[in-house]
Design a protein around this ligand. Sequence first.
Ligand SMILES: [Ca+2]
Length: 414
Amino acid sequence: MMRVFSDKAGGTGTLGKRGRRGMALLMVITTIAVLTSVVVEFAYSTHVDVRLAANARDALRAQYLAKSATNFARVLLYVQSLLDRSVGQASMNFRVWEAIPVHGDAIRGFVEAARGEEEATPVGSLPPAQLSQHLGQLVPAEGLQPFGNYQGTFFAEIEDEEAKINLNKLNNPGLSGAFTAQLVFQLISDERWDFLFEEENTHRERVTREEFLIRIKDFIDENEVESALDLTLATGVFADTASDEERHYVRYPQRYRPKNALFDSMDEIHLVAGMSERLAAAFQDRFTVYPDINSKLNVNTRDPMQRLTILRLMAREPHHPAFENLYTVESMLRELDVMQASMPFAPLTPQQFAAVLQMHGLEARQDVMNTEFSTTSQTYTIRASGQAGDVVQTITTVVRLDGGLGKVLYYRED
Ligand SMILES: [Ca+2]
């Protein structure tokens, strides 16, 4: 290379030497620039790789922390089922899953207290655990983190599914089906929901409150004709008509048919004709499809709107003027709060709701008192979260208690 340059520089006499030096400097600078960009690129991609690996590690940790939270919650619900089975002794009526929080810090504190303070080891102070020498051999115990030592945190919320209105019960032809239809209608008839029944969904459809009930019933019932609704009847509020229920589904861009079987998950609610995202979102916390079709509505809900719905449906006159009087309604709800506060983790009973009605001069229906309402539940949703570093993983599990840790009806990792 030098020869090439010297050949070129040869004719320029005294300037040749300086020209060669300048050229060499230029080459050195160029080389350094190229090398710098390569090194920076390498450092950057290494940094990204490290971050990716750390993220993957945290995601895995968070996932297992969320699984731990789910398992803790399931144990708690198992304890609840043992307590529920010994009902009869009033003293055993205790909502243990409401009293004990599933929270990583609380559990860690408990574990450390049980182990004794002098043994408490700060997280990360131990060397990493050894691996087993050969596949299938036990991992040596020394160096392992003791139980309760982990990085990150977890917690779980438990929801009582049987305190929500079971939409699958609309398919029940007897008193229970009629009662469920009245419950749903009562809940959605509040005027604050007017806008949901006035706006169009993405298919430019609009449904009335009655149509909303009919579409849900037709989606799950076995037959293929549209139903008519008469909420004044005590049983059989839905009657068959001559028109075809499928006509509401065939005009969709992706045609499908009503399921004609009970809902298996709340996600299926979105498939019902005329449903909008906002309509589904407004009621998804108050409706359920998971409990047994014969299970009763648990009166133990913290939702004032749901409590008012129960009071109304329990009253002999659901449209009594007392329910339109804001002062009376607030007084009834406050009375329930007082009862709840006097025994925080004991379940409220249908009889207590009836007593509140009586205090306000209303009479309770005796026919539904024990056939439609209950104080215990078998079906629960566990919303568990695990957090490690910046990563949060959540797991939603619906379990129905069966004497053991329960049967999983729905499972979803996000
Ligand atoms: Ca049907």
